[in-house]
Design a protein. Structure first.
Length: 95
């Protein structure tokens, strides 16, 4: 097969939403650019907005339990980021 310069696009349904991707290759078959837009990035704003409301109803929890509850809420949107939710550094100003 002979390589040629081209661009390709794709859309596929993933378990947690739609996955968009685009690639450009040069005449030698080398990928020159790739853009992948996973469902998580599309849901990010909703996750953050819902998390703000979620926390308001749980301020009676201690920080450890509140952090755990927030991590679980994030995984409800995207179970594939369960390992990534441990980055959560929750700081609560209880004034």
């Amino acid at each position: 097969m002979t390589a040629r310069a081209a661009a390709g696009y794709g859309v596929s349904e993933a378990p947690r939403g739609v996955l968009y991707h685009r690639y450009e290759v040069d005449a030698g078959g080398t990928i020159r650019s790739a853009r992948i837009v996973p469902p998580t990035s599309q849901n990010q704003r909703a996750i953050e907005d819902d998390l703000r409301r979620f926390v308001q109803d749980r301020l009676d929890l201690d920080d450890a339990r509140l952090t755990s509850a927030c991590e679980q809420a994030i995984r409800n949107y995207d179970p594939c980021i369960s390992c990534a939710t441990h980055f959560l550094d929750l700081r609560v100003d209880r004034r």
